[in-house]
Design a protein around this ligand. Structure first.
Ligand SMILES: Cc1ncc(COP(=O)(O)O)c(C=O)c1O
Length: 251
């Protein structure tokens, strides 16, 4: 969440104890580290996924990437990406009929990334370290500038270095949430809210979920504001955000 890894070693221990496979959603966390190693190395999970949607740390315009250290899973994901079809004789049920031969072993999808998207993704990957370094600098700037305001700064855990996809503050006074959010938007500051608890969405409500089911998520929702953070944000722009927020919080 937001670029910050959870304590994956503990989650992996829990998963092992219950015989559960673990897929890490690291859509926010490319460039982050956990226990000195990059998020995505699957040291504590079976698969890690990244999103390269345009709002993410790096983009391939759309699409993403799934990583694994398990050859069986890699083979299966590769097949499912392209309709469940293989051209690898080792995966086939019998010797190929001829050099044209392929086999459909299961029903997959068209999840192929285009060459153009891949080219953009690769050029973005070259810039990953610089993007994350800038995000970390901006996050440290917010940490220092907002420390004395009546709000909670983003959480961290020991041993994890965030990639800072998002910088989410939580207001001490939930009653001021809408006014502060509205005032910042009215000042042309691109604040946002990540995220609306999923159980409150109509799709999940149909399964019987109701407000009150997840009070911690709902409390978070009543206080959270994502303030601008991206590699292109200048020091002057960040100062404008800080000043607008401080003015509004003291109002
Ligand atoms: C945590 C998380 N997981 C998954 C996704 C979905 O990513 P995509 O739209 O690339 O499939 C998002 C997108 O915002 C996300 O924030």
């Amino acid at each position: 969440m937001c670029g910050q890894s959870p304590d994956m070693a503990r989650i992996a221990e829990l998963a092992r104890a219950h015989g559960v496979r673990l897929i890490e959603d690291a859509s926010h966390a490319i460039g982050a580290e956990y226990l000195g190693a990059p998020v995505g190395n699957c040291a504590h999970s079976d698969i890690t996924v990244f999103s390269f949607h345009p709002v993410k740390i790096i983009t391939s315009a759309e699409g993403g990437m799934a990583l694994t250290n398990d050859f069986g899973l890699a083979e299966r994901m590769e097949r499912l990406r392209s309709h469940g079809i293989t051209r690898d004789p080792d995966q086939m049920t019998h010797t190929p009929d001829g050099p044209w031969y392929y086999q459909q072993l299961e029903l997959g999808w068209n999840y192929r990334m285009t060459e153009m998207q891949a080219a953009l993704g690769l050029s973005q990957l070259d810039r990953l370290d610089a993007f994350v370094a800038r995000r970390r600098k901006l996050a440290a700037g917010y940490d220092a500038a907002l420390a004395d305001l009546p709000l909670r700064l983003p959480g961290r855990i020991d041993g994890a270095e965030s990639a800072w996809h998002l910088y989410v503050i939580r207001l001490d006074d939930a009653a001021r949430h809408r006014a502060v959010f509205g005032a910042l938007r009215a000042s042309d500051i691109g604040v946002n809210l990540h995220y609306i608890p999923v159980h409150l969405q109509p799709y999940y409500r149909r399964f019987g979920f109701t407000p009150g089911d997840f009070p911690i998520a709902e409390d978070y929702y009543s206080r959270a504001i994502s303030i601008p953070l991206h590699a292109g944000l200048t020091d002057v722009e960040q100062q404008t955000v800080v000043e607008a927020l401080a003015t509004e919080m003291m109002a």
